[in-house]
Design a protein around this ligand. Structure first.
Ligand code: NAD
Ligand code: UDP
Length: 319
């Protein structure tokens, strides 16, 4: 049985990856320090014979007993309000954390896949974004802590590949959504759905002309799974190219949820990218992958999940 270590296992994407690898017949070791994750995301796996969990901060030396075939490094705050609240931890998990996991990959002769992001393109001047675009990042802006940590993460990963010959994979993930996102993590989908459920007005930042392209989690996990098993070392975009403005998206959510609330406008956060859309030609060619689940279906599944949460969770606010 192949053994895989998944960091960030108690988070949104990490927990779905744990499920997928267990279903594929792997032994999964989940690792997380719960800084933005939640135990309940992996509660259903606790007694599974092919699942083990280690509570650990990956910025500290990572020790795993026995052999290891694969490492998926997904630990990192991922929502703008998270990485603005914990900027140093964000920089550390992308840099020191990645260094530790690359060292572990080298020691165990394991293949490692690193979760990078569309944020390496910053506020992009090339549209849609192809993997050969170098990006437009404000290194010293508030978002820079996340973007530069991820850019460093890509560099050190390629250096380990070139210098130590370890097998590396880099996925550049574009906005992904689905069940187990934190309702109050500030990202636009939980924000709008939470507002609709609480009977609050929907908050658009800026004039809503900025665009995003939303990928359902099952499609994202499929792309990551195929990339890990491929033989391609350089970064690959995985996302859904169906682009929409935030204003159109808010209107879609109002219609879909039937909320009687209106849209209100708030200040646009500094360095908020104006447009974002993945060019997925490479993933299509290399992995024979493309997203299958459109917004109509994906949003319904996600909304059902948020509706199933308790009143306490719905009204809980950390911010
Ligand atoms: P998340 O916040 O739900 O999950 C991240 C997990 O990492 C959490 O459980 C958190 O507790 C854990 N973590 C953070 N720092 C840690 C540390 N030092 N040691 C151990 N665990 C730590 O976020 P997510 O949306 O699931 O994102 C997962 C990964 O995917 C991140 O690396 C993120 O940058 C990347 N990503 C996600 C998206 C997206 O749309 N969801 C887009 C681009 C990139
Ligand atoms: N956004 C918004 N209202 C909210 C939360 C977010 O208008 O309540 C906007 C945000 O400014 C950004 C877009 O929605 O332009 C996507 O934000 P998110 O935090 O989901 O992801 P990211 O900016 O990292 O793509």
């Amino acid at each position: 049985m192949k053994k895989v270590l998944i960091t960030g296992a108690a988070g949104f994407l990490g927990s779905h990856l744990c499920d997928r690898f267990i279903n594929e017949g792997y032994f999964v070791i989940g690792m997380d320090n719960f800084i933005t994750g939640d135990k309940k995301n992996i509660h259903h796996l606790e007694k599974h014979p092919n699942f083990d969990f280690i509570k650990h901060d990956v910025t500290e030396f990572v020790n795993i007993e026995g052999n290891l075939d694969y490492i998926l490094h997904f630990a990192s705050p991922a929502s703008p309000i998270d990485y603005l609240k914990i900027p140093i931890q964000t920089l550390k998990v992308g840099s020191l954390g990645t260094h530790n996991l690359l060292g572990l990959a080298k020691a165990k002769k394991a293949r490692i896949l690193i979760a990078s992001t569309s944020e390496v393109y910053g506020d992009p001047l090339v549209h849609p974004q192809t993997e050969d675009y170098y990006g437009n990042v404000n290194t010293i802006g508030p978002r820079g802590v996340y973007d530069e940590a991820k850019r460093f993460q890509e560099s050190i990963t390629m250096a380990y590949h070139r210098f130590h010959g370890i097998e590396t994979r880099i996925v550049r993930i574009f906005n992904t959504y689905g069940p187990r996102m934190r309702l109050n993590d500030g990202r636009v989908i939980p924000a709008f759905m939470g507002q609709a459920l609480r009977g609050e007005d929907l908050t658009i930042f800026g004039d809503g002309s900025q665009t995003r392209s939303f990928c359902f989690v099952d499609d994202q996990v499929e792309g990551i799974f195929r990339l890990l098993l491929s033989d391609y070392e350089a970064p690959v975009n995985i996302g859904n190219p169906n682009e929409i403005t935030i204003k159109q998206f808010a209107e879609e959510i109002i219609k879909f949820t039937g909320t009687k609330q209106k849209i209100i406008y708030k200040a646009l956060p500094q360095d908020d990218p104006l447009q974002r859309q993945p060019d997925i030609s490479l993933a299509k060619k290399l992995l024979n992958w493309e997203p299958k689940i459109g917004r109509a279906v994906g949003m319904k599944i996600t909304y059902e999940y948020f509706k199933s949460l308790s009143e306490e969770e719905l009204f809980k606010s950390e911010h």
